[in-house]
Design a protein around this ligand. Structure first.
Ligand code: ADP
Ligand code: ZN
Length: 433
């Protein structure tokens, strides 16, 4: 293990020491935003709290949340806690509606996040001998660039491939002996299917060992499918631009939940309606406070991502808190016939069925109607209708059992549905059109 980025004094710290460290950092960050960010001072005053009121970590409950809307007050520089001359980078998050969120980084922020990533990569068994093909989108999006810095800091050879041009991706893997990939799960499914259809054997023709998948929610079944197709270990990696990008949560070899580095983040899970802490182990919205960011630290940021704490100690020995894979975003959820549904529930069913290929789409239309369009293996289109029908019935029935609603299922040939290289758009809601 690369010792430089595995520091037992931080990663194996006992809970009490970890809490002391967090409290010290939390006090400092609350003080800083209160003094330097007028919007935070105003919010704290409205809530009747002062940084010095915080005596224990639990006292954070009295402090106001930061929401996405707060990022647009005094946009774009309003939440800066450092002067512009200290800011070295801008990232934005996709911003599907209206203005994109603008997030700023100081030099220290860039290297601090890179270090969290280096630590996470070492945790998964990677080292400076690995070759990382980074197939996330480079540019304003944090996904690629932030990971890039982390991997370079560790000393990996980084191939800044970006997404798309799948033939070229595979060529790069073959030519340079790529051992690690970083991409979205939806694109990974596609890349794996192209590798398969070219008749390449991952074990014989490629050197892949680990695949880091993040930027969008996906199911355990998808992980398993990609692991089988590519003969690799898939690690879930979670992050959001507001907290510095990827590297916020990362799986260890136990592959049962993501550790969040608690020396860098204060982690809460709240009931999205009441804002109260949920009981341990219950699902709620992840709320994060940056403990060591300097340019634009956010306090109690409502991520809109749903998860729960995993409370059992981790076999890897790290004491930093673990969350379950993200169930979905509060804004991804849709309601059909009164039932709350997340796309991942549908994906989990599909990816566990033999005969289902790599791509699917959910279409909502009319009055409460849902159609699931699924790509299935080409061999099912050999004219044997009974077999096709049996598969369709199996998919419909398994979906009904999982989500309590019977969807319309359409089976299509591989390559029919649009491929996404970045974040996939799984749900097409025509009800609002
Ligand atoms: P946005 O997508 O909101 O424009 P980002 O590009 O910063 O902003 O993406 C962050 C979001 O992506 C997270 O809040 C989360 O919803 C999703 N995400 C990132 N990584 C994962 C992951 N491993 N699992 C599930 N969701 C993820
Ligand atoms: Zn662990």
């Amino acid at each position: 293990m690369e010792n430089r980025y595995f520091n037992p004094k931080v990663e194996l710290l006992n809970k009490e020491e970890l809490k002391d460290l967090q409290l010290k950092r939390l006090k400092a960050v609350l003080n800083k935003v209160y003094r330097r960010v007028p919007h935070y001072r105003k919010k704290f005053e409205e809530a009747g709290v002062k940084p010095r009121n915080l005596k224990t970590l639990e006292d954070i409950k009295a402090f106001p949340f930061t929401t996405k809307e707060d990022l647009f007050v005094d946009y774009p520089f309003g939440l800066l806690a450092e002067p512009l001359e200290k800011i070295v980078r801008l990232h934005t998050s996709s911003g599907t509606t209206g203005k994109p969120k603008a997030l700023f980084f100081s030099k220290r922020d860039i290297w601090a996040q890179a270090e969290l990533i280096a630590r996470a990569l070492v945790m998964t068994g990677a080292s400076s001998r690995d070759i990382l093909q980074n197939s996330m989108t480079y540019g304003l999006f944090t996904g690629a660039l932030v990971m890039h810095y982390g991997a370079e800091l560790l000393g990996m050879l980084v191939i800044p491939a970006g997404p798309g041009n799948t033939e070229r991706q595979i060529e790069l893997m073959q030519t340079f002996g790529t051992t690690c990939l970083h991409m979205t799960p939806s694109y990974a499914l596609y890349v794996a299917s192209v590798i398969q259809s070219k008749g390449l054997s991952p074990k014989r023709d490629l050197q892949l060992k680990r695949v880091y998948l993040g930027a969008e929610p996906y199911s355990e079944e998808t992980r398993q499918k990609i692991e089988e197709m590519l003969g690799v270990d898939v690690f879930n990696c979670y992050g959001l631009s507001e907290m510095g990008g990827p590297g916020v949560g990362f799986e260890c070899p136990a592959k049962n939940g993501l550790h969040i580095w608690e020396d860098a983040f204060l982690v809460e899970i709240v009931n999205p309606e009441t804002g109260e802490w949920v009981k341990e182990g219950e699902v709620g919205e992840l709320v994060l406070t940056s403990l060591n960011r300097t340019a634009m630290p956010l306090i109690r940021y409502r991520t809109r991502d749903l998860t729960r704490f995993i409370t059992e100690p981790c076999p890897c020995g790290r004491t930093h808190v673990k969350i379950a894979r993200i169930l979905g975003r509060t804004d991804d959820m849709f309601i059909i016939k009164g039932v709350n549904i997340f796309p991942q529930q549908i994906e989990a069913v599909l990816m566990s069925i033999k005969g289902v290929a790599q791509n699917y789409q959910i279409i909502l239309e009319g009055y409460d109607e849902m159609t699931v369009r699924v790509e299935i293996d080409r061999e099912f289109f050999d004219g044997r209708l009974e077999r096709l029908l049996a598969l369709k019935n199996e998919i419909t029935e398994k979906l009904r059992q999982a989500i309590m609603v019977r969807p319309k299922v359409e089976l299509v040939e591989p390559g029919t549905l649009p491929v996404s290289e970045g974040k996939a758009k799984r749900v097409i809601d025509k009800r609002t059109l």
